[in-house]
Design a protein around this ligand. Structure first.
Ligand code: KG4
Ligand code: ZN
Length: 371
């Protein structure tokens, strides 16, 4: 089975071809055209600029993905596209392209939830096959990911703890009451004068600070809602603490040691909070596997600390680490999620009708619900 995935929900135009054979996935191509440099001067993603860039990129990126995979459209079994949530002008380009391909190539079209894609990125195994550059393999039968599972979703737009009893069955246990964690990273970076996107910049700055050995930072930042009984998060107060600190003494921004210490302490406060809530949920719901999903899961400090604490606090749950090549937005994750949707519903007549008609009926949704 050959699947074309398309993702344009934010600032990456991505197309991927995934082959599924005998319960194994092969990523034949995963082309990502990033627009970061165009949005960086504005300190964040400008929706209409993103749409314009997607429009320029979508056909060359699709052609490149097909060429690299060594296939022609006729070989495809179906197309999977990000339907939402995301920036509407950006989503529209991907869905319109997918609908056009679906119509011209006579291929069924599946609309995928962006976060479902991030979660299913965990179903690509870390291994790279011998001498097959960039090709990943994954054996479904021996999947290290076992249900029920708990997934901490941490992206630029979402912060959620999701419990899954089985494939495609989602219960949201908790979520952010204000800013998403990636958004908080980006805003704090901006306050500190660091370029967009802030997450990787902040992580880079933390590298020289060891064991909270602060020389310039007098007070620690709060760990928001860490003692609340629910599984929700809040990051806007933490961001405001950084803002007030800088407002009190802007000249400190010239001191690189100070900026590094703020980055370190901010990352520490965020990871401590995320991990505490994940452990709380793990103790309550006893998942077999715990996963991370979304752009912030590229953070190595979060990954390592999460693995260590789960081993200690939740010995009956296995932490599954995500291949960071698939942490950020990409179309492979959309194709893989499409595969599991297809597998679950392929014998359902209504589903078959829906995906055959999606070339004309699929609607983008900025606030699409995960269900
Ligand atoms: O999932 P993603 O690519 O896009 C959305 O669906 O939102 O996530 C982007 C977010 C940005 O806020 C970016 O700053 C953050 O992920 N991010 C990181 C790291 N790499 C990306 N945050 C912390 N540490 C990182 N290494
Ligand atoms: Zn994303």
């Amino acid at each position: 089975m050959l699947i074309l995935g398309i993702e344009t929900s934010c600032d990456e135009t991505s197309c991927a071809v995934v082959k599924c054979e005998n319960n194994r996935f092969f990523v034949l191509s995963n082309i990502i055209s990033s627009q970061i440099k165009f949005h960086a001067p504005y300190g964040g993603v400008v929706p209409n600029l993103a749409a314009r860039k997607h429009l320029q990129n979508i056909l060359p990126v699709t052609k490149k993905a097909l060429k690299k995979a060594g296939i022609v459209p006729n070989n495809l079994d179906f197309i999977a596209v990000t339907q939402g949530p995301g920036l509407i002008p950006a989503l529209l380009v991907g869905t319109m392209a997918a609908k056009t391909f679906s119509y011209f190539w006579h291929k069924p079209l599946l609309g995928i939830h962006h976060i479902e894609g991030h979660i299913y990125a965990n179903f690509i195994e870390n291994k790279i096959e011998n001498n097959l550059d960039e090709i990943s393999k994954f054996e479904v039968s021996n999947s290290p990911v076992k249900f029920p599972l708990l997934c901490l979703v941490v992206s630029g737009g979402h912060t959620q703890l999701i419990f899954m009893k089985e494939h495609l069955d989602y219960t949201i246990l908790g979520e952010t009451l204000d800013d998403a964690v990636g958004e908080a990273f980006d805003k704090v970076a901006r306050i500190l004068g660091l370029p967009y996107p802030g997450g990787p910049q902040i992580e880079k700055k933390t590298s020289m600070i060891k064991n909270n050995s602060y020389q310039t930072l007098e007070k620690k930042f709060p760990r928001p809602m860490i003692n609340s009984k629910d599984l929700n998060f809040s990051f806007s107060g933490l961001k405001t603490s950084v803002l007030y600190l800088i407002k009190k003494n802007e000249s400190l921004l010239k001191n690189d040691r100070f900026v590094r210490e703020v980055c370190h302490e901010f990352q520490e406060a965020v990871t401590e909070t995320l991990i505490a809530k994940t452990i709380q949920a793990g103790k309550r719901y006893s998942p077999k596997t715990i996963l991370l999903a979304g752009g912030v899961s590229a953070n190595q400090y979060l990954q390592k600390k999460m693995a260590k604490i789960i081993k200690k606090e939740l010995p009956y749950s296995a932490y599954h680490s995500l291949d960071t090549r698939y942490s950020l937005d990409n179309a492979t994750m959309i194709a893989i999620a499409g595969f599991f949707r297809w597998e679950k519903n392929k014998d359902n007549k209504n589903f078959q009708k829906e995906i055959a008609n999606n070339w004309k009926t699929l609607q983008t949704q900025a606030n699409l619900e995960l269900k």
